[in-house]
Write a protein that binds this ligand. Structure first.
Ligand SMILES: O=P(O)(O)OC[C@H]1O[C@H](OP(=O)(O)OP(=O)(O)O)[C@H](O)[C@@H]1O
Ligand SMILES: Nc1nc2[nH]cnc2c(=O)[nH]1
Length: 211
């Protein structure tokens, strides 16, 4: 049976992020001051990205986490696990804390970089951006700033963009700040943090020439 999965190693992710920060001139052409990581898959890439942006600008960018889920896990069938089945709608499992007395995050005027490990159908990113835009409008309203005039910008960094027709589209202003570290065929990606068997074997598979 043909293994249609693509195995990815930690080093490959690290190297792709390093290359992408230089290639896209991230930190200069778009200089984020807030990273929003979409968990769980966006957490490790966001942390690596923060190191490369700090190396460039000497400034640690805060990382805030949101939790979104679209894919359900199928029973595990060996190394790398089974591909997961897409659900029909994205669900929020965790969101930013703002607005109340214990508010931690102001979005106004921020240059936000949303980070995830893979852009597949694009549903997750579209949902995240739409929800963030609602929050920005609400914060503008609370601050008495006309809608859309706070100077807040949203960009997107993904480690892998799957080369396929997307189910949904991002707003053009956000697509202008869309940074995919790599483009990959429409195959199931097995990330190293999903590996619960032998990480050495997983890494060896990741290093084999792609078929
Ligand atoms: O482009 P899409 O088709 O929306 O898929 C991409 C999303 O799918 C995965 O999340 P998942 O729902 O599996 O949650 P997880 O990160 O917690 O595993 C991945 O981390 C992305 O967030
Ligand atoms: N691990 C993993 N999660 C995903 N979520 C959407 N596409 C993928 C994929 O190819 N691999």
């Amino acid at each position: 049976m043909v293994d249609n999965k693509l195995y990815i190693s930690y080093n490959q992710i690290h190297q792709l992020i390093d290359d992408a920060v230089g290639r896209f001139d991230l930190g200069d052409s778009y200089n984020p001051d807030l990273i929003i990581a979409i968990g769980g898959g966006g957490f490790i890439p966001a942390r690596i990205l923060r190191s490369f942006l700090k190396a460039k600008h000497g400034r640690n960018i805060p990382i805030q986490a949101i939790g979104l889920s679209l894919y359900e896990e199928l029973p595990n069938v060996g190394l790398g696990g089974a591909p997961e089945a897409p659900g029909t709608q994205v669900t929020k499992t965790q969101w930013l804390n703002f607005g109340g007395a214990d508010s931690l995050v102001s979005l106004l005027g921020r240059k936000i970089l949303v980070v995830d490990e893979v852009d597949d159908s694009r549903k997750t990113l579209v949902y995240a951006v739409a929800e963030l835009q609602k929050d920005i409008r609400e914060q503008e309203r609370q601050a008495g700033v006309p809608a859309g005039e706070s100077g807040t910008e949203i960009g997107i960094f993904v480690v892998y963009n799957k080369d396929k027709a997307k189910a949904e589209e991002l707003p053009p202003g956000v697509m202008a700040r869309y940074y995919p570290a790599a483009t990959t065929p429409d195959r199931w990606l097995c990330f190293p943090w999903d590996c619960v068997t032998d990480i050495g074997e997983h890494t060896a598979r990741a290093m084999q020439p792609r078929s």
